[in-house]
Design a protein around this ligand. Structure first.
Ligand code: FAD
Length: 520
């Protein structure tokens, strides 16, 4: 034990030792031994920071023995690189009797530097005069290195994420965006500030389980194509989307021994619009040919059905005449001749029925209603332009796919758009606007095709679905379009109705309202 220790011992022994009067008494030496053996560098100074006592940990951290340190000023530890403001703040606080904690760059006896985290507590006498300072410090170099590493990694990740040429967003367990990048923000501004993440998740639909009890790691979904439709003239945009589950360990104290984790979903969306645009061109050409063929077959079907319908009347009359004549006389030659004619007529009618082309037995597939309507608009553009019709395209940004017959649905929407164009093409009719809108309504998709034509009177709004009923000039149309449309809607388990637009519209107009269930 060196000579200076008793002085330090006295200093420490002056602290009151009793904690519970009458119960337990701490030995006076306990404080001294506790400070001596503490695993933190401890020093006690006079009011000018001249060292009176250091513990063995101080010597371990600084390299100065107790003999070398006692009598020197704490400034011997300064590397002279800590900014003066730090010392000013240190002294301002401690000289007012307040504790101070901060970080300083210290130099050991051997010249190596370390980052010290220092806490100084002023020690006052019974009169409140500061008589000593108690300094506690530890080497924080490794911790600092680790902090820097984390910060560097963070900024590296942030710059990679921000500069990545794809949309990135991190979603929490409630699908709230907690981190996004520049591309995500750009897309959000393109979508009139609508949050893109829910649109992507909506577009992926039932492709993945959003809230499984225990989320697995790895991919939630991979390379799923999502189409985002925009209102107005801007074309659709396509994205190839992938989702990756990211588990993050909880950092609150409760989770220290019982590790818990929060699972985030990293959404990555790469725009594929230009690639899709090229594919769309080819698809449109094929679609146009398909629609032309469908129209030709429909026209043939319509003509033959009309011929059958026209022939059925006279044949029914002949049939009743045969019945009547046969009842009057069994061997009436007229009745026999008529019966023969009826038989021939029915055979001819049957042949005619057999010639009516059947609807092609297409395989059912998943259909994007926005995509079909947009294609119908593209195909109809020359007609719409020629008729001077303004088009308002108001799709819901993303729609779940409908399981059905895409070609039949195309025929359905094409015939409804054609009807609207025909209605507004009346000579002298000025109001010419077509509004196409889509939205999800519960488990259905609602399509509204509104025109500003002369409309359909309320008493005919059901009748127009009957085959061969037409409000147009006889001869130009057979009146089977809406009957076929209704059949297609029914084949998809949906409904089709015709309404008048709400009061206050500039023109009478007509609203065709189609509801198609997403799953059947
Ligand atoms: P100094 O000349 O010592 O002082 C620089 C400035 O500090 C002065 O301009 C003045 O504004 C202020 N200052 C200095 N002394 C006083 C005073 N007595 N009263 C009011 N203001 C004053 N420094 C370290 O670098 N590393 C340490 O580990 C460290 N441990 C310390 C532990 C204790 C318990 C105390 C009380 C101080 C400690 N210091 C430590 C601070 C140290 O005493 C010096 O102030 C500091 O090192 C700056 O030294 P310097 O030679 O650059 O300037």
């Amino acid at each position: 034990m060196d000579e200076k220790k008793p002085e330090a011992k006295q200093l420490l022994q002056s602290t009151p030792a009793r904690c519970q009067p009458g119960e337990a008494v701490l030995d006076d030496h306990v404080f001294f031994h506790a400070v001596e053996q503490a695993d933190i560098a401890i020093s006690i100074t006079d009011p000018q920071a001249n060292i009176l006592y250091v513990n063995p940990s101080f010597s371990r951290v600084t390299g100065y023995t107790s003999e070398e340190a006692v009598g020197c000023n704490e400034s011997m530890l300064s590397n002279k690189t800590t900014p003066p403001e730090v010392y000013k703040s240190l002294w301002r606080n401690i000289s007012r009797g307040q504790a101070w904690t901060g970080r300083l760059v210290n130099r050991r006896k051997n010249g190596t530097r370390y980052l010290a985290e220092l806490t100084i507590t002023p020690v006052a006498d019974d009169n409140g005069i500061i008589v000593n300072y108690l300094g506690l410090h530890r080497d924080l170099t490794d911790m600092h290195r680790l902090e820097c590493k984390v910060r560097n990694q963070m900024s590296l990740i942030e710059s990679v994420v921000d500069g990545a040429p794809m949309v990135l967003a991190l979603l929490d367990e409630n699908d709230r965006v907690v981190l996004d990048n520049q591309e995500y923000k750009k897309l959000q501004s393109d979508l009139n500030m609508e949050e893109p993440a829910p649109l992507f998740l909506n577009g992926i639909g039932s492709g993945f389980d959003r809230h499984p009890g225990a989320r697995p790691s790895g991919h939630a979904f991979l390379d799923q194509e999502v189409r985002i439709d925009r209102k107005g003239s801007g074309g659709p945009r396509w994205f190839s989307c992938s989702g990756v589950w990211v588990k993050v360990d909880d950092d609150h104290a409760d989770a220290f021994f019982e590790a818990t984790a929060t699972t985030y979903l990293l959404l990555v969306a790469k725009e594929t619009t230009s690639l899709r645009a090229q594919q769309e061109k080819a698809r449109m050409a094929a679609l146009q040919a398909l629609v032309a063929e469908e129209e030709r077959i429909n026209a043939l079907r319509e003509s033959l059905s009309a011929a059958v319908y026209q022939l059925e009347g006279p044949l029914n009359m002949i049939s009743s005449a045969v019945g009547m004549l046969s009842r009057r006389s069994k061997d009436d030659p007229m009745a026999d001749a008529l019966a023969e004619a009826l038989k021939n007529g029915e055979e001819a009618l049957e042949k005619l029925r057999g010639m009516i082309p059947r609807p092609s037995a297409a395989a059912s597939a998943s259909a994007n209603i926005n995509e079909l309507l947009r294609s119908v608009l593209d195909i109809s553009t020359p007609r719409l332009l020629k008729a001077g019709i303004r088009v308002a395209w108001k799709p819901q940004a993303t729609l779940p796919p409908v399981n059905g017959y895409p070609n039949s649905l195309m025929t359905l929407f094409k015939s409804l758009v054609d009807n609207a164009v025909d209605a507004m093409s009346t000579r002298g009719w000025r109001e010419r606007e077509l509004i196409l809108s889509t939205r999800s309504v519960g488990t259905d998709i609602e399509v509204r095709i509104e025109d500003s034509g002369p409309g359909i009177p309320a008493d005919l709004q059901l009748k127009v679905f009957e085959p061969f009923f037409t409000t147009k000039q006889q001869g130009s149309h057979m009146g089977t379009g809406l009957a076929i449309a209704q059949q297609i809607v029914m084949d998809h388990g949906g409904t089709i109705t015709i309404e008048s637009p709400p009061a206050g519209h500039a023109a009478p107009g007509c609203v065709v309202h189609v509801l198609l269930p997403v799953t059947r």
